[in-house]
Every structure is written in structure tokens, then in C-alpha cells.
Design a protein around this ligand. Structure first.
Ligand SMILES: Cc1ncc(COP(=O)(O)O)c(C=O)c1O
Length: 633
């Protein structure tokens, strides 16, 4: 019987035996161990660690028990949001226990040690092959002539590698033709994910944008191909934009290139769509079936269904991956060919990807993606019934997400941001943001439908949206604003953040009062309405170090009276003014809506960490004064 035990006395315990005598003798020996404090912890919460703050700045001098360290950190992390309610992210939040076990067991493996972990390396190759075939990559029995690819940390690294390969290939060709190669450019949608801007800036490639319009949130194929010139290293086409999830028409771009006899390569950014379209809409031609598509990236950690940290890039053939970029190194006794930005990385994510590919198979992926598409349709229909305007495509014509906005003609006290804040109080993370440059006056909300977002949870969200709208209807404008500020400050990481170095901190709510163009020196006036700066009436002045090639090209289209039409690179300056009213006065004459897009282009290119969702157009007091809210570095 083990459940009922008596409380024993020392005698009952038999402390009179020879063994007990020995124990008592040992206890008398005075041990002088280097242990000046009793570290024994009976309960984590009874320990002195629970009564003190956790070390923050300086590494502590002494150890803490592992149970305490685990519990204290776990408790702190419980204040993070619940990943399952985070409908902002495309990134996987659910994997089966068996996958988790396999991944945990591989934590100690450094993927780059091919010689030591040959099976992990082989598993990567199997994944590349499966993904390449899913994208209809050419295969060949002949060595080196079929498609090639590699795993990456995510689509961002994959895209960097894709851009580097296109740039080098273009450069090699220019050298061969004896032509200059100092002004490479890339053509892409203004709705690209930020990693494209990063790639262009890091690798010094000029960005040529095809701008979205208020009723087109993807590239216009004709405009795209028209932007191509001899310095174009490639075109980016997105299979599922981050804003609305819509698929760009890769085939139309491809066919136009063929029609015009152009040989420009296309890289498809299939970060999200790469694991959706092949299952839900297999007849859509967007991949290596199209002759100009030379490379494709996909995030394994989005609809590839693996926890964060894995992406893939595949090239049509080795011809599109210049060999100067591939490093053949002899490391730990093995010859390795690698094309990555990083050296060491864990093997777990690659192994997790292989698990999903063979565990689910095409049938499993199709079943999951079909469910997600159905749920997204259901959510879109329900929101439409509530009066929202749906901006994303339904029925599998785009990613399983719902981008929606409030009707513009409604007489409401609240906007999309206020609704997002209300939902945040109820635990949901549904981001509100503004559309890509040129359309940034469109506010919207977006729900990404992921594997673990079931119909049941979808109903809970719809209910909470209804409740939040009811609550907002009861509130006046002032209280909504106060509440928004409070939630931003206390519930969001960006509001609470104090750790960024001042040099790189994003200041919110700068207001661009207008665009003043006097040839030959156009001037942008930036007035910072941040409360502190408002008091000081400081307006920023900054002369651009780098000419704005793309923005100036865009300025060329504002050829109406009062506007200059620079055709070449334009130096742009942020003007300084002593007071806001003076600034306002100087710019009341600016009333061309194009100013917003120019301002947006300016802001995007010249302020690091600027969020395009901070851009908006305001017409205060009926006066046609343009203001653009930005967050600038
Ligand atoms: C279209 C697109 N491209 C690239 C990325 C970057 O992908 P990753 O987070 O895998 O680096 C994203 C991320 O959301 C995306 O939506």
C-alpha cells in the first residue's frame, strides 16, 4: 500500500543500526566546501530569486538553479501574446508532437557540418528536389544541368541570394559585351515585402517600382515590362502579396517579355503562395513552366508548415547561379559547395520540413490548404455581411487571408486602427495598416488564415469583431483616441520599446506638410508633430546623400502647372522652418494628390525603418493641404 503512509519517528526508522552510527559520525565531520551560501531551493517561488528582479544588464556573478532559471524565464514569456491568436503572422504556430520531437533531437546539429551530419545534408537535398518538382523545375539525368537550390533561414535570405545571382549574371553579361555595369536596377511592385528593399539597398541595386492604385493592389504587367531597360537585372513577381495576398500575374509578365523579345529574368517571390497555389489552383502557371522564371523562393515556415527559421530558393538550372557566388570550402575534412549568407545554423528546421513533406504528402497539404481556403471564404463572406469591404481575392485566387476595410462613406467615429486596438484588448492580434505607396490612404485590416485557425476559432473572431464594433459605436471620438493611445503605449511592443539606440529609433507621427518643388532643387518639408518636438517646433533638415532615382522618375508624372518635372536624379532636401504655421503657410499652395506618392517614395527610400503603414493623406479643415504621417529614423 503506497497511498497511506505513517509519519515515522527516528526510532521507527531504525536509527540504531551500524549504518546509522556511521551517518551520525560523518555528520560530525566539519566540511569546508566553497559554498558560502545555501543554494538549496525547496520551491522556485520560495527561493530568493523569486523575490528579486531577474538580471537584466550585467551577467550575474553566480549561478542559479536550473529549475529557477527555467521557471522565471517561462513566466516572463507568458506575457508574450498567444501565437494562436496572432492573426498578423504567416508563420507556422502548430506542428505535431512527432515533428517537435525530431526537431528537438536535432538542436545540437550544426547544419553546415556536412561531413559530420551527412544525413541532414542529404535530407536538405531531398527537400530541394521535392520543392523544385512541386514548382515544375526542369530535371535532368545529366549532372549540373537540372534545377539547383538550397535551404535558407527564410524567404528574406532566399531573396537576397536570388538578387545576388541575378545581379552577378547581368554583370557578367555586361562585361562580356564591354558595357558599363555600374547602374543595375530591379523592377518590382510597390507592394513588395521589406526584404526586397533591403536586398536592393544592401546590394546597391536601384529599385524601380510599379505602383499600386486604389483599385489594383498588384503589378500591372504592361507597366512592369515597360520599366525594363538594359540595366535591369530582373523582375520580381509576387505569388501572394503581403498586403492583400493577391497573386501577381506572372504569366502575363512572362508572355509580354517573350512578345517584346526581351530576355529579362523573373524571380518569383512565392514566400507564401509557393505551398498554397500548387495544391489549391494547380493550373495557374506561375512557376518554372514559364520560360522567363529563373528562380523562386518559398518560406518553409509559412504555408510550408514548419516552425520559424526555414526558407528555400530554387534556380531553374545552374546556369542562373553564377559559380563565383558558390563557395567551395574545405571544412572539417569535406569539400562543400555552399551559397548562403550565414555559415552555421541549426539542422532542426530542415528536418522539420522533411517531416512535413513526407508525413503529409501532396494529399495532406491539399487537404490543409483546401480547409484554409474554405475558412478564408467563410470569414470574407461573414465580414461582407457585417458591412466590411473585402480587398483580398476569394475562392483560392489568392492566399488564404482576408484583407478588409470599413466602407468610406460611413459616418463613424472609429477607423480600422481603433477596431484593431479593441480586438487587441480581447487577445486577438489583427493588424491594421495602410496600403502600399501610392495607395496609402487606404486603411485596412488583415487576418491570415493559418493551419490552426479553425472554423470554430473563426466564429469566435467574428463575434469579437461584432462586439468591438458595438463598443466603438457607443464611444465618442475623444475616448476612442485616448484608448488607442493607451493600448499602443501599454499593450504593443513598439509602444513600450525603450531599448532601441536613439540613432535607430523610429519616431512616430512626423507630418510631411507638403512638397515644394522649385527647379532645380525640389524641397520636401518635414514637420514633426511628435508632442515633444511640437513643443520645440523643430523641423528636420537633411540633405540626401543619395539621389532618388525611382522617386524622381515618379515625379516626372506630375507635370502640371506649379510642378517641376525633373527627368534626371533630383537632390531632395528636408526644409527647416521655425514654426509649424510658417511651414503650413509655405505649403498651402501644394494641393496635388501626387505629392503623397512622391512623399511616400521619398520616405520609403530615405528613412530607415520607416513603416509605410504610417503614411496617410489628410485634408485638415477642408483645406487641400497634404500631410503625410511617417515614422522616420
Ligand atoms: C511576399 C513576401 N516575401 C518575403 C517575405 C519574407 O519572408 P521571411 O519572413 O520568410 O523572411 C514575406 C514575409 O511575410 C512575404 O510575405
Amino acid at each position: 500500500m503506497v497511498h497511506l503512509s505513517s509519519v515515522q519517528s527516528p526510532n521507527e526508522n531504525g536509527l540504531g543500526t551500524e549504518e546509522d552510527k556511521l551517518i551520525r559520525a560523518v555528520k560530525k565531520v566539519h566540511l569546508q566546501l566553497a559554498n558560502d551560501e545555501d543554494n538549496f531551493v525547496s520551491s522556485v517561488y520560495g527561493s530568493r530569486f523569486a523575490g528579486a528582479d531577474l538580471p537584466r544588464h550585467e551577467m550575474p556573478e553566480k549561478e542559479m538553479p536550473k529549475e529557477v532559471a527555467y521557471r522565471m524565464i517561462k513566466d516572463e514569456l507568458s506575457l508574450d501574446g498567444n501565437p494562436m491568436l496572432n492573426l498578423a503572422s504567416f508563420v507556422t504556430t502548430y506542428m505535431e508532437e512527432e515533428a517537435e520531437k525530431l526537431m528537438t533531437e536535432s538542436f545540437a546539429k550544426n547544419f553546415i557540418d556536412y561531413e559530420e551530419y551527412p544525413q541532414s545534408a542529404d535530407i536538405q537535398n531531398r527537400c530541394v528536389s521535392m520543392i523544385g518538382r512541386l514548382f515544375n523545375a526542369p530535371t535532368s539525368e545529366e549532372a549540373h544541368s537540372g534545377a539547383v537550390g538550397t535551404s535558407c533561414v527564410g524567404s528574406s535570405e532566399a531573396i537576397m541570394l536570388g538578387v545576388l545571382a541575378m545581379k552577378r549574371r547581368w554583370k557578367n553579361q555586361r562585361i562580356k559585351e564591354g558595357k558599363p555595369y555600374d547602374r543595375p536596377n530591379i523592377v518590382m511592385s510597390s507592394a513588395v515585402q521589406v526584404c526586397w528593399e533591403k536586398a536592393a539597398r544592401y546590394f546597391e541595386v536601384e529599385e524601380k517600382y510599379v505602383y499600386c492604385t486604389t483599385d489594383r493592389y498588384v503589378i500591372d504587367p504592361e507597366e512592369t515590362v515597360n520599366l525594363v531597360d538594359e540595366n535591369t537585372i530582373g523582375i520580381c513577381a509576387i505569388l501572394g502579396t503581403t498586403y492583400t495576398g493577391e497573386y501577381e500575374d506572372v504569366k502575363a509578365v512572362n508572355d509580354l517579355l517573350t512578345k517584346k523579345g526581351l530576355n529579362t529574368p523573373i524571380h518569383v517571390d512565392a514566400a507564401s503562395g509557393g505551398f498554397v497555389a500548387p495544391f489549391v489552383i494547380p493550373d495557374l502557371e506561375w512557376d518554372f513552366r514559364l520560360e522567363h522564371v529563373v528562380s523562386i523562393n518559398v518560406s518553409g515556415h509559412k504555408y510550408g508548415l514548419v516552425y520559424p527559421g526555414v526558407g528555400w530558393v530554387v534556380w531553374r538550372s545552374a546556369e542562373y547561379l553564377p559559380k563565383e557566388l558558390v563557395f567551395n570550402i574545405n571544412y572539417l575534412g569535406a569539400d562543400q559547395a555552399s551559397f548562403t549568407l550565414n555559415f552555421s545554423k541549426g539542422a532542426s528546421q530542415v528536418i522539420g520540413q522533411y517531416y512535413q513533406l513526407i508525413r503529409l504528402g501532396k494529399h495532406g497539404y491539399r487537404a490543409i490548404m483546401s480547409n484554409l481556403t474554405r475558412t478564408a471564404n467563410y470569414l470574407a463572406d461573414s465580414l461582407e455581411a457585417l458591412g466590411f469591404i473585402i480587398m483580398s481575392k476569394k475562392a483560392g485566387q489568392g492566399l488564404p487571408l482576408v484583407a478588409f476595410r470599413l466602407p468610406t462613406d460611413d459616418d463613424r467615429n472609429y477607423d480600422e486602427f481603433a477596431l484593431a486596438h479593441q480586438l487587441r484588448v480581447r487577445g486577438w492580434v489583427v493588424p491594421a495598416y495602410t496600403m502600399a505607396p501610392n495607395t496609402e490612404n487606404l486603411k485596412m485590416l488583415r487576418v491570415v488564415v493559418r493551419e490552426d485557425f479553425t472554423r470554430n476559432r473563426c466564429d469566435a473572431l467574428i463575434n469579437d469583431i461584432k462586439l468591438s464594433q458595438g463598443l466603438l459605436r457607443e464611444m465618442d471620438r475623444e475616448s476612442i483616441k485616448r484608448q488607442e493611445e493607451f493600448i499602443h503605449k501599454h499593450h504593443t511592443a513598439s509602444g513600450k520599446a525603450t531599448h532601441n539606440h536613439p540613432k535607430y529609433r523610429v519616431r512616430s507621427c512626423g507630418t510631411l506638410l507638403g512638397l515644394f518643388i522649385t527647379p532645380p532643387c525640389p524641397t520636401l518639408l518635414l514637420c514633426d508633430t511628435d508632442r515633444v518636438n511640437r513643443r520645440r517646433n523643430i523641423l528636420s533638415r537633411a540633405r540626401l546623400a543619395r539621389p532618388m532615382q525611382s522617386a524622381s522618375a515618379h515625379m516626372g508624372s506630375t507635370n502640371t502647372s506649379g510642378w517641376s518635372t525633373p527627368t534626371t536624379n533630383v537632390p531632395v532636401e528636408l526644409a527647416e522652418s521655425e514654426s509649424e504655421s510658417e511651414a503650413t503657410h509655405s505649403f498651402t499652395s501644394i494641393r496635388k494628390p501626387k505629392a503623397t506618392s512622391i512623399a511616400a517614395a521619398f520616405v520609403r527610400r530615405n528613412h530607415q525603418a520607416v513603416k509605410s503603414n504610417c503614411l496617410s493623406l489628410e485634408l485638415p479643415g477642408g483645406q487641400k493641404l497634404l500631410t503625410v504621417r511617417i515614422g522616420c529614423a
